[in-house]
Ligand binder design. Structure first.
Ligand SMILES: Nc1nc(=O)c2c([nH]1)NC[C@@H]1CN(c3ccc(C(=O)N[C@@H](CCC(=O)O)C(=O)O)cc3)CN21
Ligand SMILES: CC(C)C(=O)C(=O)O
Ligand SMILES: [Mg+2]
Length: 255
């Protein structure tokens, strides 16, 4: 798709119903993201998410998908402790969860781990730039790569990820020019989030683009629907009808 200039369209998914809607709509990749920590679990970071959480959600997503590629995120502490530990956890995501591939955050420092997973037969997606599992090191969710040295380091990360054998790389939270340069310099597809228009594909957290989640709204999110309002309206109609005995009506009643 990169060679043909066809954009790769990705969204996160965490459950059966939504995975099925996205798959039937023609989404290329479903990511079971550790962002489930914020949108499913209500935490203010992704750090509390466990590999068992991601396995649980991956199983549900896989049941709802027919054709999209399923990528499962490796949570904090499931791959940083060493290649063997990473292999064990990636293996569980594939074997128990049913994912076809995994994603992990980091570039140069995680290259040996990516290589180990690829060698054991697990396709890996990289993730560089604003890597949310490093939120405390960044001092918040800040755009990365604004200075020249930082930009160079992120380019090095992306190239290390490619060299290690990853099949694609997420570019998160960086200036558009840097994402463009990386996209030109690596042969694997780049999937952007908050990284501008020049990436080979795009990803968003599905709750953000559907208007279900509004604890925070980063600048890079576009709302394609306002489901929070739609759902609230439906619930208010239901309450009104139960209270006025308009529901259940004759057609909902057994005799
Ligand atoms: N619902 C949701 N969507 C996400 O995109 C997401 C999560 N959760 N949880 C994990 C991380 C956290 N993310 C975030 C959260 C906030 C900003 C944010 O507010 N960024 C500022 C950038 C300010 C700057 O440095 O210029 C912005 O205005 O976009 C960015 C990424 C991305 N990930
Ligand atoms: C937004 C994507 C790239 C992600 O890592 C997640 O959803 O956890
Ligand atoms: Mg993630």
């Amino acid at each position: 798709m990169k060679e043909k200039g066809e954009k790769i369209v990705c969204l996160t998914a965490y459950d059966y119903c939504l995975a099925r809607i996205l798959d039937e709509s023609g989404i290329d990749i479903l990511l079971v993201g550790d962002s489930l920590g914020s949108v499913v679990q209500g935490h203010d970071s992704t750090l509390p998410v466990t590999v068992d959480d991601v396995i649980y959600h991956t199983k549900a997503v896989v049941r709802g998908r027919r054709r999209a590629l399923v990528v499962s995120d490796m949570p904090f502490m499931t791959f940083q402790l060493g290649v063997d530990e990473a292999k064990r956890n990636a293996g569980r995501l594939v074997q128990e969860g049913g994912a076809e591939s995994v994603k992990l955050e980091g570039g140069v420092t995680q290259a040996a781990t990516i290589e180990g997973l690829v060698k054991m037969g697990v396709p890996v997606m990289g993730h560089v730039g604003l890597t949310p599992q490093s939120v405390h090191q960044f001092g918040g969710y800040r755009i990365q790569g604004r200075g020249e040295a930082d930009a160079r380091a992120i380019l090095d990360d992306a190239m290390a990820v490619e060299q290690a054998g990853a099949f694609a790389v997420v570019l998160e939270g960086m200036p558009v020019q840097l994402a463009r340069e990386i996209t030109q310099r690596v042969s694997i597809p780049t999937i952007g989030i908050g990284a501008g228009m020049h990436c080979d594909g795009q990803i968003l957290v599905v709750h953000d683009m559907l208007g279900l989640f509004d604890d925070f709204t980063p600048k890079f999110v576009k709302r394609y629907a306002n489901l929070k309002e739609t759902i609230g309206g439906a619930v208010r109609s239901y309450m009104e009808e139960v209270r006025t005995e308009a529901f259940p009506a004759e057609e909902h009643t057994f005799h």
